[in-house]
Design a protein around this ligand. Structure first.
Ligand code: ADP
Ligand code: MG
Length: 347
């Protein structure tokens, strides 16, 4: 997004909401939820309607924060404790749904997206909001030990809202999908209130619905090296998500270990600087971007196809861009960006 984030005027300890009016027919609020600043901009709605929406969203985000957090004690940490002890646990409908969706993404991406590797993510120290993390990688033996249990979301079974894992090594971590699911929920809430023009944006990961007055919502795509590589116009209801290794990582002297792990090796992946995916919903776009970072240059085409995507843009460590024809058609690049169009369809 192009607009600067307005200054918060009201800050609560856990979660902040700051409503402000940017343009006469625009209302904006910021929320702080699981370590991420979420900005909601509503266009063409009355002030009372916008405030009703913000109040409702605040309640929902607060609930999500408590339910889905991977390391702050709450519903998800209780579920993970139950899995480790071989007990069943009761989940919320949202956690059940995110787990079911994740099972499908894990299968479609052949294990590159895997929300059951929470123990590995913790071992690497990525259960924190303070980046970068300083210090060496964990020792090989601990990584291999966790890998040897092959944690997979397919180990989880449901009976209504009760979840149970056959595998005590399964520890759910929704870091790669929760932002997408939260943004989808927020958009559903807005639509349910009759708000048809809005954007829900978490630092460039977003879903846009409707339009911004007489024009489409415009979205900037960040250059992992700094600045932006270009911009595009969002469709009538579309999510655009980017995963990358440039913001959250562990470092030891010059060596960087980014926060996305290859679940098959237990090690961070660093071939691609970023992957951007546009799709009809945030849940898919978020999980897919994470899966494609893991897939890397050799496998992304195959994985994108399996996930049913057609709008993908990759940036490698050298700044070279690879993208699908569908993405190339709509991107307006800044000058001097090297790019290569890659067809996904086999037809
Ligand atoms: P960001 O949070 O920067 O948008 P992602 O959406 O790619 O990035 O999510 C990264 C987070 O997902 C990590 O911090 C971790 O919690 C989790 N994660 C890391 N590797 C994987 C993976 N292979 N599959 C699923 N989740 C992952
Ligand atoms: Mg993701």
């Amino acid at each position: 997004m192009f607009r600067p984030i307005p200054k918060a005027t009201l800050l609560l300890a856990l979660l902040s909401i700051a409503a402000c009016t940017a343009e006469p027919d625009e209302h904006r609020a910021e929320f702080f939820v699981f370590g991420t600043l979420l900005e909601v901009t509503i266009h063409d709605a009355g002030e009372a309607q916008a405030n009703e929406a913000f109040t409702m969203l605040q309640g929902q985000f607060q609930e999500m924060h408590h339910e889905w957090h991977a390391w702050e004690p709450g519903m998800l940490t209780d579920i993970n404790t139950a899995f480790a002890e071989g007990r069943p646990a009761t989940a919320s409908p949202a956690i059940v749904e995110m787990t079911r969706r994740s099972q499908i993404f894990e299968q479609q991406s052949a294990g590159r997206f895997n929300p059951a590797i929470g123990a590995l993510i913790r071992l690497w120290g990525f259960h924190t909001s303070e980046y970068p993390i300083e210090g060496p990688a964990p020792d090989l033996l601990s990584i291999d030990e966790l890998l040897s249990f092959h944690p997979s979301s397919s180990d989880i079974h449901f009976d209504g809202l009760v979840m149970e894992s056959d595998n005590p090594a399964v520890q759910l971590d929704f870091g790669g999908i929760a932002k997408g699911y939260a943004i989808d929920m927020a958009c559903d809430t807005l639509k349910g209130l009759g708000i048809n023009n809005a954007i829900v944006n978490a630092g460039g990961d977003l879903r846009a619905i409707g339009r911004h007055g007489d024009r489409a919502w415009r979205v900037a795509i960040r250059d992992p090296a700094g600045g932006i590589i270009g911009a595009l116009e969002a469709g009538h209801d579309e999510a655009i998500f980017t995963s990358g290794n440039y913001e959250r990582f562990r470092r030891e002297a010059e060596k960087r270990y980014p926060h996305i792990l290859d679940p098959r090796t237990g090690w961070p992946v660093d071939e691609l600087a970023s992957v951007t995916v546009a799709a009809a919903e945030g849940t898919l776009a978020d999980a897919a971007a994470t899966a494609l970072v893991v897939a890397g240059l050799d496998e992304w085409v195959e994985v994108a196809r399996a996930l049913g995507l057609n709008q993908v843009l990759l940036v490698n460590e050298e700044g070279q861009v690879y993208l699908t024809p569908e993405m190339n058609e709509r991107m307006e690049f800044v000058e001097g960006i090297e790019r290569q169009v890659v067809r996904l369809s086999t037809r």
